[in-house]
Design a protein around this ligand. Sequence first.
Ligand code: GRG
Length: 299
Amino acid sequence: MTITTLSLTDALAQTAREVEAALDDLLPMPDGAEARVVNAMRYAVMGGGKRMRAFMVMETASLFGVDRRCSARVAASVEMLHAYSLVHDDLPAMDDDDMRRGKPSTHKAFDEATAILAGDALLTRAFEVLAEPDTHSNPEARCELVVALGHAAGARGMVGGQMIDIASEGKTLTADEIGRLQALKTGRLIQYSAEAGAILGRANPMQRHLLVSYGRDVGAAFQIADDILDVEGTAEDVGKATGKDAAAGKATLVSILGLERAKLQADMLSRQAAEHLESFGEKSHLLRELAALVVARKS
Ligand code: GRG
């Protein structure tokens, strides 16, 4: 099936089905008492979420004609890593959220110890999947995927951003400091999702640079949109509590710039993201539409 003939809504739904099937394959239920942790992993990662990161992996890979069975594995891997971050972020020691994706968060549905283990095992499995031969016939490509994900998710990426966030509680950050925090905490994984398609497709350095730039700008626009939703969205639409940033006295670009300027900034980033794709022509139209959707979304 050529996904480029579909509308963005249909293409997102098609990707979600492919990723769901890949997750089902990649997370089989074992016998024995360890089945509980796999149950919790499946609860956290399957049947929910917008699958935006997965879509970015599969659409950037399709620019280079990558086999969708391979890109679906990388898409499933990034969704596992993302789900681990949400499971751990929801724990009482972190953000202490009872709801995620419209249902009880993993530590509420299971227990704290199981949620910690499920997060750990999702993180581990994400890297294992990338390293397995079915992901790409070229071992160099598999190594590059592992290195890039490690960079995006570790202390110089998402975990580092989370640490800065926790260390900043009660402090007043400048707009630049907030921008850096957010680029690490949420931006790097979104950026990786676009870069992964370039790695799978053995893109040349310029193509890879353009896709990294696209991912960086989509990530920044996404985070501002998330902060706007925290102010304007309803818990029903968003699938978790809103108004948490203001209640925690947390500075965001919205609280510093105000809603109107924050919206203008998100729109500017969304347009800039689309511009990076010009040289890919018409086959990049769904990725360009995604950049617009990221700032227009209600959940
Ligand atoms: C605990 C190591 C560790 C890291 C946590 C990403 C993160 C760092 C925390 C998530 C907290 C949060 C709500 C951040 C705002 C942006 C964000 C990542 C929102 C959730 O992503 P979506 O909207 O979620 O893509 P779905 O459910 O659609 O996949």
